[in-house]
Write a protein that binds this ligand. Structure first.
Ligand code: GDP
Ligand code: MG
Length: 304
């Protein structure tokens, strides 16, 4: 038996995960949920929509809202992502500000802190990537950030290897509002399988392709057919903006897209726990970045 009184009553709450691009927000959410619900890459702005990852600790249900990194918006898509990120904070019971401890307080993080101050918002500070830096440097950063006066608790974690994450989750579980759970106990995300499948392919594009190209792509699941033997056939289209981008994605003799497809299929089989037949097509659709329907699919506001 545990002496943890937090476990005595049913609790449920929303936790917004804020932070600069690449701070490790999606990695943290995936870790607490225990499966991939949000895609991760070393490139910035991988997360486009607001993704919910749902975890259970004792009798508390924790609904993490993984947000696109907050940064200075230029394109329409950027503006919609920033709006989604702040919207996520507005809806939440608790906010976490995640900082890459190795990078420290960069411009994006500074901008978030200033906006929080202006709006009189508070958060718990999560210093992430502690596996990459030395203790004294970490403590100095913690002291410096503490002086901002907007953080209640400070956690030091590695979302990658899990250090400190259990303590963070236990703390949050004890601080959720009392009340019934919002989701069935086995639900891990608010994303449909079709959308998650498209996101997985987009993650592989980010991992395989160089530089700016992935930002010019979007992926849609067109068909989803389940068979009696338990396997599923998934057809997806990768949309690009120009013909030249199409040939890069296909690669020499179709080698590039074959690799992307193989990587995506491997992940999907693990996540869906069944055999997957994945078929990828590449199509040119000019200006998809200005198409309201794409925004709706991601739950983003076109007019943000
Ligand atoms: P997001 O943009 O904030 O969602 O960041 P991601 O979760 O996509 O992570 C960005 C990069 O940082 C990826 O390459 C992750 O593998 C890496 N990363 C995330 N957390 C950690 C950590 O705790 N330690 C290390 N070394 N790398 C991490
Ligand atoms: Mg992310």
């Amino acid at each position: 038996m545990t002496t943890d009184t937090a476990n005595a009553t049913e609790r449920c709450g929303f936790i917004a995960v804020l932070g600069a691009p690449n701070a490790g927000k999606s990695t943290l959410v995936n870790r607490v949920v225990g499966t991939k619900v949000s895609i991760v890459s070393p490139k910035v702005q991988t997360t486009r929509a607001r993704v919910m990852g749902i975890a259970v600790h004792g009798r508390a249900q924790l609904v993490f809202i993984d947000t696109p990194g907050i940064f200075e918006p230029r394109r329409r898509l950027d503006r919609a992502m920033v709006a989604a990120a702040w919207g996520g904070a507005g809806d939440a019971d608790v906010s976490l500000l995640l900082i890459d401890a190795e990078r420290g307080i960069d411009r994006d993080t500074r901008a978030i802190i200033e906006r929080m101050k202006t709006e009189s918002k508070r958060a718990h500070l999560v210093l992430n990537k502690v596996d990459k830096i030395k203790k004294p440097q970490l403590l100095e950063l913690a002291t410096q950030l503490n002086e901002e006066g907007i953080f209640d608790e400070i956690f030091m974690v590695s979302a990658l290897n899990g250090d400190g994450v259990d303590d963070l989750v236990a703390f949050l579980a004890g601080h959720m509002p009392e009340g019934p759970w919002h989701f069935p106990e086995d639900q891990v995300s608010d994303m449909t399988e079709r959308l998650l499948a498209a996101e997985i392919t987009r993650e592989k594009l980010y991992l395989q392709l160089r530089q700016e190209l992935p930002y010019a792509t979007t992926v849609e699941t067109e068909t989803w057919e389940e068979f009696e033997n338990g396997s599923v056939k998934i057809e997806q289209v990768i949309f690009v903006e120009r013909d030249s981008q199409k040939s890069i994605i296909l690669g020499k003799g179709g080698q590039q897209i074959k690799t992307i497809g193989a990587e995506a299929r491997k992940d999907l089989e693990e996540i869906l726990d069944r055999r997957v037949h994945l078929f990828l097509f590449v199509k040119v659709r000019e200006k998809w970045g200005d198409d309201p329907d794409r925004y709706r699919d991601w739950g983003l506001d076109f007019d943000a």
